[in-house]
Design a protein around this ligand. Structure first.
Ligand SMILES: [Mg+2]
Length: 306
């Protein structure tokens, strides 16, 4: 194949309600850009659509930006048709699979939620050293009774579609799904089980003899570098090539694995993450991660939405 020659791509559009006007706007934008349009395939009637196109790969970034500009409120992805379905997924937990930050729910029990939330926010924006910020917040959790962690885990709310994302990738592509979290073991275990992730990697909290948190976390913590290491190690262990990988997250500490994955998705992410990531989900739910891989509704596992 000649380098830079146009190859089959798809533009996937996803919205709560994908109108024919929006589809026409996308088509006319492609025409204006001189991009040849082929087949049009609904993945989910009225919600998700594939526009088959032919494109030089290096144009995908610019075309994504142009389409974002003309299709506000619509999630979209431009990608090569080859190897769309991924066999490894590494997913962040807090604010990606789980609604909110679990460390804040822990802090709330001790009445220090605001102090902890402020540090979390700054760390996720990439303004603070991740490890230092985590150590500082865990110190504020000292004396939290361990039994409260189970209560917090039982009351979590989940982002819509997480279970379908995991179940479908496992059933249809035999994918290996890993929950990689800067959060903590007892809670991440519950989230892993609920969603059917194959395994989890998360932080380990120090405990005292009377079943309270000691205010310490085992080092080294799961930070951005560690998440990338887990992603790469999973690829190597399972002999999964880079073009068959997906990573998804919202924070600065997810960026290394998002950038290493062939389908690296910023999910309702911080601006710093969005700026660096071509694949994004900003308006719809986690099932969009399946539409980006070309799954149709008939193939999507009918497990609970959350
Ligand atoms: Mg997160």
């Amino acid at each position: 194949m000649i380098p830079n020659s146009p190859v089959p791509h798809v533009v996937t559009l996803v919205a709560q309600s994908l109108t024919s006007a929006a589809v026409e706007r996308a088509k006319s934008c492609l025409q204006t850009q001189g991009v040849p349009l082929g087949e049009v395939v609904w993945l989910s009637q009225g919600r998700a659509l594939d526009l088959h196109i032919t494109l030089r790969s290096e144009r995908a970034d610019a075309l994504t930006q142009t389409l974002w500009d003309v299709l506000p409120g619509i999630d979209l992805a431009v990608m090569a048709q080859r190897n769309r379905r991924k066999r490894l997924m590494c997913a962040d937990m807090d604010s990606t699979i789980v609604v909110g930050e679990t460390i804040e729910f822990m802090a709330e029990v001790l009445g220090v939620r605001e102090k902890v939330a402020d540090i979390t926010e700054r760390a996720m924006r990439g303004e603070l050293d991740f490890t230092q910020a985590l150590v500082e917040r865990v110190r504020m959790l000292r004396d939290l009774p361990v039994e409260r962690l189970a209560e917090i885990a039982a009351s979590l709310q989940y982002h819509r579609g997480g279970r379908r994302l995991v179940a479908t990738m496992k059933a249809e592509a035999g994918a290996h799904c890993v929950l990689v979290s800067g959060g903590f073991d007892p809670i991440a275990e519950v989230v892993r089980g609920h969603h059917g992730f194959d395994r989890q990697v998360s932080n380990v909290l120090g405990m005292t003899g009377d079943a309270r948190l000691s205010g310490t976390v085992h080092l080294p913590v799961v930070d951005g570098d560690k998440k990338l290491e887990i992603f790469r190690q999973s690829m190597a262990d399972l002999k999964i090539p880079a073009n068959a990988t997906l990573a998804i997250g919202d924070g600065a500490n997810d960026l290394p694995m998002i950038q290493a994955a062939s389908l690296g998705i910023a999910y309702k992410a911080k601006p710093l993450v969005r700026q660096a990531t071509r694949f994004q989900i900003n308006h719809t739910d986690l099932v969009t991660g399946l539409y980006y891989q070309g799954y149709r509704d008939a193939e999507i596992a009918e497990v609970d939405w959350s």
